[in-house]
Design a protein around this ligand. Structure first.
Ligand code: ZN
Length: 101
């Protein structure tokens, strides 16, 4: 059970970190408008291309259509958010004594 909680925390944190990265580079207003799309060919990304932490390595950091590189910077935010959220979840589990269950 603890593993599931930590994985979900990592994915949630990754999604949040990714969003924070986009806000940091583009500003808040453009980040809230519409779905994520490729910066190069403007194709709207499918859900499986937006899975936090997983999609970037799965796509080898490139757009599926135009093969343009997807920014490493956003992925660093994603990993940072994921690791942070996982660490928090793990700490909470350890403090409450639920890590072993
Ligand atoms: Zn593209």
């Amino acid at each position: 059970m603890a593993v599931v909680v930590v994985v979900f925390a990592a994915l949630f944190g990754g999604a949040f970190g990714s969003f924070a990265g986009v806000v940091a580079s583009r500003g808040l207003a453009p980040s809230l408008g519409g779905r994520s799309q490729c910066d190069s060919c403007a194709r709207t990304l499918a859900w499986y291309e937006l899975v936090p932490l997983v999609s970037f390595p799965a796509l080898r950091g490139r757009c599926r259509t135009c093969r343009a590189g997807i920014g490493w910077r956003t992925y660093i935010w994603e990993v940072g958010g994921g690791v942070l959220a996982a660490a928090i979840a793990l700490t909470v589990l350890l403090i409450t004594g639920r890590a072993g269950s």
